[in-house]
Design a protein around this ligand. Structure first.
Ligand SMILES: [Fe+2]
Length: 264
């Protein structure tokens, strides 16, 4: 079941399949030298736009932003508690001397150019940063984005299903987050787990149920893609979402990150 896609030809075949896969080789046209995870944690805990959860629910998502509970805490104190941080736009910290200096040029532009060169367009594409403290979980959920998950440092277990459609049929995939709860009766053999280590990338298809465990401190980048289409064609689940909403939900959501904006 485990698959690594490392050629563009295969990526073009698999990007809209429902099963997660690792991405490598010519499909990853970027690299970056990040500062230490401690340095990133110390910076993000004080940033206005950082949000936080405790990271102890596995079967559903935590919705409340608890960042104020963590402000002012030292790295050592954070390591003794349970936390996960999310920072929504890496390019905001791409400034001289800041932790993501050079990220746009070295990562975001090559990635967008790669997509464009291979027949993709999109309505939004941006990178967010995530830190997961030791022994935490990101609970069961589905994203209304295709996500390229870049595990930069640390070990994580990225879980999904071997047959996602069996657990979440297409009509159920558009339900709100509040009703996204781990189904009952899931057996070990129904779960597809990728154990990812330093500098590994995983493609998580839009609206595919997943949950992620971090046994140790990890840092990563998520590229979030909305309205992704290849030669003008959306993936089936996003097309269904547009049909059910009666509109394109991505049009008014960060249009400055669209492929049209990128080409200007
Ligand atoms: Fe997710």
């Amino acid at each position: 079941m485990h698959r690594t896609v490392s050629t563009t030809a295969e990526f073009l075949q698999k990007w809209d399949s429902r099963i997660n896969f690792l991405l490598a080789g010519e499909c990853v046209p970027f690299s970056f030298s990040f500062p230490s995870t401690q340095c990133i944690v110390e910076r993000l805990v004080e940033e206005d736009k950082t949000t936080a959860i405790v990271g102890q629910l596995r079967n559903t998502t935590e919705r409340e932003n608890l960042i104020e509970n963590f402000r002012g805490m030292s790295f050592g104190a954070l390591m003794e508690t349970s936390f996960q941080f999310r920072y929504p736009d890496v390019t905001l910290l791409d400034r001289p001397g800041d932790i993501f200096e050079g990220f746009t040029e070295q990562v975001l532009i090559p990635w967008k150019q790669y997509l464009l060169d291979n027949g993709f367009e999109w309505d939004r594409c941006y990178a967010l940063a995530r830190v997961s403290g030791p022994n935490t979980s990101t609970g069961y959920h589905m994203d209304r984005s295709n996500v390229l998950f870049w595990n930069v440092r640390g070990r994580k277990a990225f879980h999904g299903f071997t047959e996602p459609d069996r657990w979440v049929p297409i009509e159920q995939s558009i339900e709100k987050r509040i009703s996204q709860v781990m189904p009952e009766g899931v057996l070990d053999e129904d779960i597809l787990t990728y154990d990812v280590g330093d500098n590994q990338l995983l493609w998580n298809h839009l609206m595919t149920p997943h949950w992620v465990d971090a046994p140790e401190l990890t840092f990563g980048i998520n590229f979030s893609l909305g309205g992704l289409r290849h030669n003008g064609r959306l993936c089936r689940y996003e097309e269904n979402l547009y049909d059910s909403l009666g509109k394109n939900p991505n049009e008014s959501w960060h249009p400055e990150t669209s492929s049209v904006a990128f080409q200007k």
